[in-house]
Design a protein around this ligand. Structure first.
Ligand code: ACO
Length: 323
């Protein structure tokens, strides 16, 4: 049975760090308010000429190097992003050109903060149907471009960055002892559009627009939907929460992450947290957190890793894998 095996990961963060105190010079806020409500201490913001594809390409190159795989082997590039360089073509095709890849397919996935989990589901499926053998899955965002920097309730929450993984289609036994993606579950519910959206786009206003959010509603939904998706992932593979070595959740808010950890009865030490440093980088947040925990030696080969995300749409989902 074909299994999508993860061979390596990598990430890239822009050079510029913006602290909460620096934001407090622009809008009526404080380091204390931001840290208490969200856990965020600072975020990285892309340079004026730095595009989502630039961040994505750097993360992809780091992942290929970590995997020891040459770009010429790649036959699928999926980029999860809600902040593409242009309306079209897909940012993934720009990355494809940057990497000198001239075969296979490249396309973007738009599921906002759930984009990376959606991407895992898509790559897994394409590998199982024989469409792809070596894939790059990237989460890359420049959310700083769609923030209303006068709106303190949203501009303090997000940052820019990119993370990537390299996957290979390999034969496995078809049980939970295999490495690679074990199962994915993705969901959406369009009735929640107004809770989190961008008030612009090519067919509505002709502008890029700004992010708008009802924070409390997002919070309420996030702390129930993500644990539900995790439960489904565990049941599908006949596992219990104790079998999870690492939870690598979408990094939106430390209070959401802690609530999820509590629901699963997972000790804090087994939950990867980067929201303090990166803020919410949407589709990039999970691969950024994953890369940090792999590179610093916390996540080791053979570990069971659970991912869960939720974002605008609403979209949400989970992915269970053995590293
Ligand atoms: N600095 C200071 N005060 C602020 C700020 C700020 N940056 N932002 C809002 N406030 C004020 C509000 O105006 C309000 O003042 P008022 O009581 O005088 O009206 C007060 O703080 C409380 O505001 P609330 O919105 O009620 O604060 P809450 O405790 O709900 O926290 C937050 C807001 C942090 C946005 C929270 O709702 C949250 O984390 N929601 C989840 C949102 C999220 O993570 N979104 C990411 C995208 S979706 C995802 O990734 C899952």
């Amino acid at each position: 049975m074909i299994r999508a095996n993860i061979k390596g990961c990598g990430s890239y963060l822009p050079e510029r760090i913006v602290t909460n105190d620096q934001l407090a010079e622009r809008v009526e806020t404080s380091d204390e308010w931001i840290r208490q409500r969200t856990g965020i201490r600072h975020r990285y913001i892309a340079g004026e000429n730095e595009l989502t594809s630039d961040l994505a390409t750097k993360a992809a190159l780091a992942a290929l190097e970590h995997a020891g795989i040459d770009a010429s082997e790649v036959d699928l590039i999926v980029c999860a992003t809600a902040t593409p360089d242009e309306t079209f073509p897909a940012t993934a095709t720009v990355v494809q050109k940057n990497l000198g890849v001239i075969k296979g397919a490249a396309f973007d996935i738009q599921a906002v903060c759930s984009g990376f989990v959606y991407g895992l589901a898509v790559v897994d499926s394409l590998m199982k149907t024989g469409q792809a053998k070596t894939a790059l899955l990237i989460g890359a965002e420049t959310f700083s471009r769609i923030l209303d920097w006068k709106d303190r309730s949203t501009c303090v929450l997000f940052g820019d960055g990119a993370g990537a993984i390299v996957l290979k289609a390999e034969e496995g036994k078809g049980d939970t002892s295999d490495s690679g993606i074990l199962n994915t579950h993705i969901y959406s519910d369009g009735r929640y559009h107004d809770a989190l959206y961008v008030d612009g786009g090519p067919s509505s206003t002709g502008t890029a627009g700004f992010l708008r959010m009802e924070g409390k509603e997002v919070f309420r939904q996030a702390v129930s939907r993500m644990p539900e998706a995790i439960d489904t992932a565990l049941k599908t593979s006949g596992l219990n929460a104790e079998d999870i070595d690492w939870l690598v959740p979408h990094q939106a808010n430390i209070r959401i992450i802690e609530a999820m950890g509590k629901k699963l009865k997972l000790p804090k030490e087994r939950v990867v947290v980067t929201v303090d440093k990166h803020a919410n980088t949407s589709a990039a947040s999970i691969p950024l957190a994953l890369t940090e925990a792999v590179y610093d030696g916390r996540i080791k080969r053979g570990d069971m890793v659970m991912m869960a995300a939720m974002g605008g749409g609403f979209t949400w989902g989970s992915a269970l894998l053995r590293w």
